[in-house]
Design a protein around this ligand. Structure first.
Ligand SMILES: [Zn+2]
Length: 270
């Protein structure tokens, strides 16, 4: 499976993405890709399909699970796939008024946030990593501070989400498999490939080679074209020599690596 032959634009984007990756190889660099899937709520057939794809491609998957009684069953279905659980919100209920959704009203004080984070965490399996994903990318101004106080080691949103300062390390997702306006549906091969190429080119031009690039999926909302593209994309790029697929947990756990010039330079000593 690949972009249908009739999709000329998608095939051109595929060619351009390969050309960009060739530039990374010429520079002796590997892009850091990672994959986050949101909204896990129970051991559903769709979750099974997602895990089967992750397992078949040996693709490290970060599964953002909603604190919910349905997720008590999750560990049993996670045995085979290379998957880490992280916390997705406190209950995924929208408490904001107005057009922007969010579960943490921005007038909640820090101690209320800490209490809610701590309480909700108890509703997730114990092996859930202390990494937080705010629903709808809504960032309460005190969220980073509350995450630090509550013992979280990292969090992940979207680059457009409010740039709250401080707190644990933040690593965002960048390329969404779906489009949301007018109802969730597959973004399209051309748009998806173009978004990856743009993210790669941006990092290459800035010399920010180690900045991760995150793929975002939502297994409960995928249509068939989205499933097909996800399977195709991982089959095509999971083992590409210019890409290193990492888990979010490992990216957050590691210290900022030293910047090593590709040819002949001396690495920093600290
Ligand atoms: Zn969500």
């Amino acid at each position: 499976m690949s972009p249908p032959a009739s999709m000329i634009g998608a095939r051109i984007e595929l060619l351009r993405l390969h050309q960009e990756l060739a530039r990374w190889r010429m520079a002796d660099r590997q892009a850091r890709f990672w994959w986050r899937d949101d909204d896990a709520r129970g051991s559903t057939p769709r979750l099974g399909r997602l895990l089967e794809i992750a397992e078949r491609h040996h693709a490290p998957l970060t599964l953002a699970a909603i604190p919910d009684p349905a997720n008590v069953e999750l560990p049993a279905c996670l045995d085979r796939a290379p998957v880490d659980l992280v916390q997705h919100g406190i209950d995924h209920l929208n408490r904001r008024s107005g057009p922007a959704a969010g579960e943490l009203p921005h007038d909640w004080p820090l101690d209320r946030l800490v209490a809610e984070l701590t309480r909700s965490r108890a509703a997730l399996p114990p092996q859930t990593a202390p990494i937080f994903v705010p629903p709808w990318n809504d960032v309460h101004p005190q969220l980073p501070a509350a995450l630090s106080v509550s013992g979280f080691t990292g969090w992940s949103a979207w680059p457009g989400a409010a740039p709250a300062e401080g707190g644990p390390r933040r690593i965002d997702a960048h390329v969404d498999l779906l489009r949301w306006r007018g109802g969730a549906r597959f973004r399209g091969y051309g748009r998806l490939l173009k978004a990856f190429r743009a993210a790669l080119a941006d990092r290459r031009r800035r010399g920010d080679w180690n900045a991760p690039i995150g793929l975002l999926t939502h297994h409960l909302d995928h249509d068939e074209p989205a499933w097909a593209c996800l399977d195709w994309f991982l089959g095509r790029f999971r083992t590409h020599p210019a890409i290193s697929w990492r888990s979010l947990k490992s990216l957050i756990a590691e210290a900022e690596p030293p910047s090593i010039p590709p040819f002949g330079g001396q690495p920093h000593s600290s």
